[in-house]
Design a protein around this ligand. Structure first.
Ligand SMILES: [Cu+2]
Length: 515
């Protein structure tokens, strides 16, 4: 049921999103801040000028480069590699230098997953060094280990030649793999791993050419400085994280799984998320938007399960489950707290729900605002109202309509709903919202793989797009939450629920707030 209710990406929109990325967003790891574009009309309200990334395809895709720092199982340096996209889609040139290895030939491959932690060996199930890197990168599911250069439809695309290591323990290799790319897409190797093995690869034995244990591993990351300053990963192939809330007192981030309902905990500085509460707990087969109230309790929207659950952050116990009408059309998607009230968007039913959190066990989901009585028009079978935020004084709410790109302002006293006049482009695919201060709004656009910064006018009746942030590490991001001077962005990859596989491991990214 959850699967059938998941957001779908219209093909044209997905193509447009891809085109947007190919136009240069993926070419650098930097903030993709456009330098040219249509000169904006004179700002009437003193806001910064509009920048529109689409007006300025930045560096050509051919310039894409990536880098890899290899580690050995003890955590020491194992070498480094640079990867360069060749013009004309000729492939990716990989130049690697290794050190501290036994003389002789060593198997070398691109592995499918983007992590170098210990993990289970595919054959034995035993935990081995760099097991989290998974098997060889095999985008066309050939399940056949062959020679480098063989068609990726006949053998793993991740096949590479052996590395010859000399008496000094060093070796180097330069090789072009014609089957992979650094651009987005199913053959992209960004975010995957390079792995060096103990022994030579015989290019025949399945699954890994009898090349023995893994002696070096490194993550393939975009070259150059990056807006991404940290990352935490999740164990499991079906996590599809969606919502996030950060406890400002402890700095701990809580992240929910849209498919399994698990809630994970990410401690400050941790590189790995830990399971906090299992899915299937009362009221929660799925976890979407989350919010922490003044008493330090976690509210979790249940998406299609039509529930909002309240979880004690000290004990991980479910304190309460508030039920929707269970009419089969629910999509309780995101939450915003304004004073004692929790506002709940519903992406399928044109209703803004509200919970009075002072009511304790008798709290209910009140159909606070019928959106059919407002200018809002829901599109059938699409994700409509999604992310929602409240102004610091609780007077206003803002909600983004994912299906249309409209941003709506709601007055919490009069219940009046008005469109926010936007300059600098629409917000279609707008999923989560993050408010920083009173007027700095970040809109997380999932299918566009981008974060859009909007400067709101006082009173929130208008706004101006001032920045579009891109990074190849953004993977269908769903939402973001504030942690000090940075934000955590959830890489939901929910588009991959219908078009697997997702790029493992699932992760959340820490991104410094731009100035
Ligand atoms: Cu390998």
């Amino acid at each position: 049921m959850t699967q059938s209710l998941l957001p779908t990406v219209p093909t044209a929109a997905a193509t447009a999103a891809l085109a947007l990325l190919l136009s240069g967003c993926a070419a650098t790891g930097n903030f993709d801040m456009p330098r040219t574009g249509t000169p904006p009309t004179a700002p009437a309200n003193g806001m910064p000028p509009i920048h529109d990334a689409r007006a300025n395809p930045a560096a050509a895709p051919e310039s894409a480069t990536a880098q890899v720092a290899l580690s050995n199982p003890a955590g020491g340096a194992g070498g480094q590699a640079t990867l360069r996209e060749l013009p004309g889609r000729l492939g990716v040139e990989i130049a690697i230098e290794v050190q501290g290895m036994a003389p002789g030939r060593h198997g070398f491959h691109i592995h499918a997953h983007g992590a170098c932690a210990p993990g289970p060996d595919a054959a034995t199930g035993q935990i081995v060094p760099f097991g989290a890197a998974g098997g060889h990168f095999d985008p066309f599911m050939t399940r056949n280990h062959g020679r480098p250069g063989q068609s990726a439809h006949d053998a793993h695309a991740g096949e590479l030649p052996n590395i010859e290591v000399g008496a000094d323990g060093r070796g180097r290799l330069r090789y072009t793999n014609p089957h992979v790319t650094l651009q987005p897409g199913e053959t992209s190797v960004l975010g995957r791993t390079l792995v060096v093995h103990e022994r030579a690869d015989d290019y025949a034995s399945d699954p890994a050419g009898d090349s023995g244990g893994r002696i070096a591993c490194g993550l393939i990351e975009p070259a150059g400085p990056s807006m991404v300053t940290g990352r935490a990963v999740f164990e499991g192939a079906n996590v599809f994280p969606e919502g996030i809330a950060i406890d400002s007192a402890s700095g701990v981030a809580y992240v929910g799984s849209s498919t399994e309902g698990h809630i994970y905990r990410v401690a400050p500085g941790a590189a790995q998320a830990e399971l906090f509460q299992s899915g299937g707990s009362p009221g929660r087969q799925a976890a979407y938007g989350m919010e922490i109230d003044r008493q330090g309790r976690l509210w979790v929207a249940g998406g299609p399960t039509d529930t909002v659950a309240l979880v004690d952050l000290k004990t991980a116990a479910t304190l309460q489950v508030v039920e929707g009408p269970k009419d089969g059309h629910a999509f309780l998607n995101d939450l915003a707290m304004a004073g004692p009230f929790l506002y709940v968007t519903d992406s399928f039913r044109p209703v803004l729900w509200r919970i009075d959190t002072r009511q304790g066990p008798s709290a209910r989901l009140e159909p606070w605002l019928d959106l059919r009585t407002t200018p809002v028009r829901y599109k059938p079978n699409e994700i409509n109202w999604n992310g929602i935020v409240a102004s610091p004084d609780g007077r206003w709410l803002l909600a983004v309509q994912q299906s249309t790109g409209e941003l709506w302002r709601i007055h919490t006293e009069t219940r009046a709903v008005t469109p926010v006049r936007l300059e600098g482009g629409d917000l279609q695919h707008g999923d989560g919202l993050l408010l920083v201060g009173a007027t700095d709004l970040y809109v997380v656009r999932n299918a566009a793989h981008e974060l859009v910064r909007v400067t709101l006018a006082t009173g929130w009746d208008s706004g101006r797009v001032v920045q579009r942030l891109h990074d190849p590490r953004l993977k269908y991001p769903t939402t973001a939450a504030l942690a000090g001077s940075a934000m955590w962005v959830v890489n939901g990859q929910t588009d991959k629920q219908k078009a697997p596989p997702p790029l493992l491991p699932f992760d959340v990214l820490r991104i410094g707030l731009p100035r």
